[in-house]
Write a protein that binds this ligand. Structure first.
Ligand code: PMP
Length: 438
């Protein structure tokens, strides 16, 4: 048995099965867009911990900031002190917010904790209880955030009773829309996509009156639900409805934020300002940091001492986040994201449809480097087969998402033109390999 197999076996024995894992690889090194196993095998990593290693693995500028910080102060308990790395981070981060009104921050470690904090804030500030979520949503795996998650039954079934007061509205998933699918010729983006808005209004009339509803929470681009981009008018209309009903709008940008969609935050694509914005993942290039930002008058409604946690806004993680933002500026990360996005989209759209078996079709969608490839008319498990081919035969790591046959590409935002071209060839070969198995 190889060392790698032995380590994997040890992991299987001693790490909880409930974690779930898409590979049995044991890695111990990462650099840029690549990771290496303990046996030195190199993989091109288009998973990035689902967008966490935004500046690639071990970016030298981030590594240096972490090393320097770790040598001077590793913990600065926020309930006792202010610490300088957090203040420096806020100074750098605030001008990058979708609106100047989002000016008051606090930080935690994981996306789930930050979503929980956003719900706490919404409930406490409005003195209302209910929360409206969207079909296909993913907001985390704590009891509170599982209650808001509808993308798969495993995120909740058997863990009840979950948080009460959660109501679900449909998300505009154009590729799976009955009108769009049954009659693509008569597809009318306005008619079709008004429906989710009408349904949301019905939720307010039939299930959760505005007077009982604290907030609507949305992923501006759905992540675990399938990398679904809502149509043009949806978010602005949602903002309008929230304002009309005096309900807060929370944007969960844990996956879509920090440049992933080609803008700093995805809501900027529609020029929408949420009342509360939730961030995590790409913020600190791999160090555990999450946060919420809101207006001062809203944020300060919570009593002193009711927020925070022992490790929230850790100094080293804050230093990593500040260094990440410096890399964004120095290396023009957003420009690169958009250029690589165009490179991938144009090649995928011209080449992938030609590879499909008879009767199959593909929807290639997303924004920036948050790209979903959904196959229809293929056997169940087709997307996983592609991911397995990619890993086992072409040394490329990609993930699947959604309850449909969807592959997702989430490279580091500083992936090079050459690495992108290389990944593309590996993806094409992996799709060919999966088609051959049908
Ligand atoms: N919200 C969204 C949109 C996410 O994608 C995730 C993680 N996939 C979370 C919340 C939860 O974040 P974490 O895993 O850090 O708790």
């Amino acid at each position: 048995m190889s060392t790698l197999q032995k380590l994997a076996q040890f992991g299987q024995r001693h790490i909880a099965k409930g974690i779930g894992r898409s590979t049995e690889l044991v890695i111990d090194k990462g650099k840029g867009a690549y990771v290496w196993t303990t046996e030195g095998k190199k993989y091109l990593d288009f998973t990035t911990g689902i967008g966490v290693t935004s500046t690639g693995h071990c970016h030298p500028h981030v590594v240096k900031a972490v090393q320097d910080q770790a040598a001077s102060l590793t913990h600065g308990q926020c309930n006792i002190f202010y610490h300088k790395p957090m203040l420096d981070l806020i100074e750098k981060l605030q001008p990058k917010m979708p609106s100047k009104s989002l000016d008051t921050f606090f930080f935690w470690n994981s996306g789930s904790e930050a979503v929980e904090a956003a719900i706490k804030l919404a409930r406490h500030a409005t003195k209302k209880q209910n929360v409206i979520v969207f079909q296909g949503s993913y907001h985390g795996r704590t009891i509170g955030t599982m209650s808001l998650t509808t993308s798969k039954t495993i995120y909740g079934a058997g863990y009840g009773p979950l948080m009460s007061g959660v109501h679900v509205a449909p998300f505009p998933y154009c590729h799976q829309c009955a009108v769009h699918k049954s009659s693509p010729d008569t597809f009318n983006i306005n008619n079709c996509c008004n429906d989710p808005i009408r349904q949301l209004e019905l939720v307010f009339k039939q299930r959760s009156a505005p007077s009982d509803t604290a907030a609507v929470i949305i992923e501006p681009v759905q992540g675990e639900g399938g990398y679904v981009v809502p149509p043009k008018d949806f978010l602005p209309k949602l903002r309008e409805i929230c304002d009309k009903n005096n309900v807060l709008l929370i944007a969960d940008e844990v996956q879509s934020g920090f440049g992933r969609t080609g803008k700093m935050f995805a809501v900027e694509h529609w020029d929408v300002t949420p009342d509360i914005l939730v961030m995590a993942k790409g913020i600190a290039s791999g160090y555990p940091l999450s946060g919420i930002v809101s207006r001062k008058e809203l944020m300060d409604k919570q009593p002193a001492g009711s927020m925070g946690g022992t490790y929230g806004g850790n100094v080293v993680a804050c230093a990593a986040a500040k260094a990440t933002l410096e890399v964004f500026e120095d290396e023009k990360i957003l420009e690169n994201t958009n250029a690589r996005s165009e490179q991938l989209f144009s090649a995928l759209r011209s080449r992938v449809p030609k590879l499909l078996p008879k009767g199959a079709s593909v929807d290639i969608r997303g924004l920036g480097l948050m790209i979903g490839i959904e196959f229809s008319g293929v056997p169940a498990g087709f997307a996983s087969k592609i991911a397995n081919e990619a890993r086992d035969k072409h040394d490329l790591l990609v993930l699947t998402t959604s309850i449909y046959e969807t592959l997702r590409l989430i490279p580091p935002l500083n992936v090079t033109k050459e690495e992108t071209a290389d990944a593309l060839e590996r993806i094409i070969k992996s799709i060919e390999g999966a088609v051959d198995q049908i």
